[in-house]
Design a protein around this ligand. Sequence first.
Ligand code: AMP
Ligand code: GLY
Length: 423
Amino acid sequence: MDVLIVGSGGREYSIGLALSKDKNVDKLYFAPGNGKTDELGENVDIKEYEKLADFVKTNSIDLTIVGPEAPLTDGIVDIFEKEGLVIFGPSKDAARLEGSKVFMKNFLAKYDIPTAKYIETSDYEKAVDFIDSLNEPIVVKADGLCAGKGVIIAESKDEAKKAAFDMLSGESFGDAGKKIIVEEFLDGYELSVFAVCDGKDYKILPAAQDHKRLLDKDKGPNTGGMGAYAPTPLINDKLYKKIEDRIVKPTLRGMEEINSPYKGVLFIGIMVVKNEPIVLEYNVRFGDPECEVLMPLLKTPASELFYKAATNALSELNIEFLNKYAVAVVIASENYPYKSSKPSEIIVDKIVDEELKNNSHISYAGVKKIDGKLFATGGRVLLCIGLANSIKDARDRAYELCGQVHFAGKQFRTDIAYQALKV
Ligand code: AMP
Ligand code: GLY
């Protein structure tokens, strides 16, 4: 089959890489892709979704997979499905689980899915009253999409009130902050759990952990994610079962009940507090960098998983994973996440060690080809991924590969997967 992947990051590269090794896949397209996806398939520079749907029809592409949230919340799936095309991702209505935190929190409350105590409001006085009723720290969230920056963890009530005021006045995030959530702080550890869904059925992928802060020991500002690993030992069968019974199943049932059956990846950001899973947030797509560690662990052909999910046929699939661990280390550009950096040429040494060659790879993200040479042009430039029978060996391989990649100003964390190696 021929497949189009929408997006341009490391996540989309990693999906493409898995599909490029899949014997069911003939040709890959990326819209728009990046400076390396053109080596896995063809980059297509079409921005309008209607025109992209025309391109898919003209080229008889069998399946479209959507990577990032923006096209999903814009309604790309509805546009493609109206044209009778097969596309993996949630409808615009279902994508509100990520696109509106107010929708998400009210949905969780309606279906009795565990989440932090909260209020939703557009009224500053109400926000102040609720803030006064909570213990510090206090979490204040803008309703809409804010590129991962719409969550403030305030150490004091005054700071929480200021965050609420700045959001509600439109100062911080424009219209995305005109409604806010104020919620209690949850003290525990975070997991990223992914369910691939077809509207009714689902398959759970191995749980992962992301590293959101820029610097070692979880210091520095929040980023899109500086590294990930999977499966994490911080979950066991009992916890998986609680997550399925209390979160995944009621979510799918609830979405069906409100006529927004959920198809695509449901990414559940979970805080585990005293062995109980509590939903922090939903995302309606794969995490990045989590996707880069999940794709290489998939034993089932990726084309089968995505096609069956997109065509309501997941119940036919017996999903299998390699009995291995994957660790991904993000290499970012010099000024990430504050501002852009000057493009610099990327040199990757020839890997001579056979073991490293066979058990590691690079997933490319913010890269561009200029005159045939590869340049770092984005914030998160690429990821080095190691695979092994233990997390420690997978991490050693990922870091060994990091040492073979060179560009001016490269920065990366040196402690990815530390939570797993502590236990
Ligand atoms: P969100 O975009 O809602 O996932 O929030 C981003 C990050 O803020 C999460 O990954 C958590 O690290 C943190 N966070 C959000 N809500 C809470 C909460 N209620 N308690 C503790 N940490 C939170
Ligand atoms: N890695 C977190 C995210 O993709 O939102």
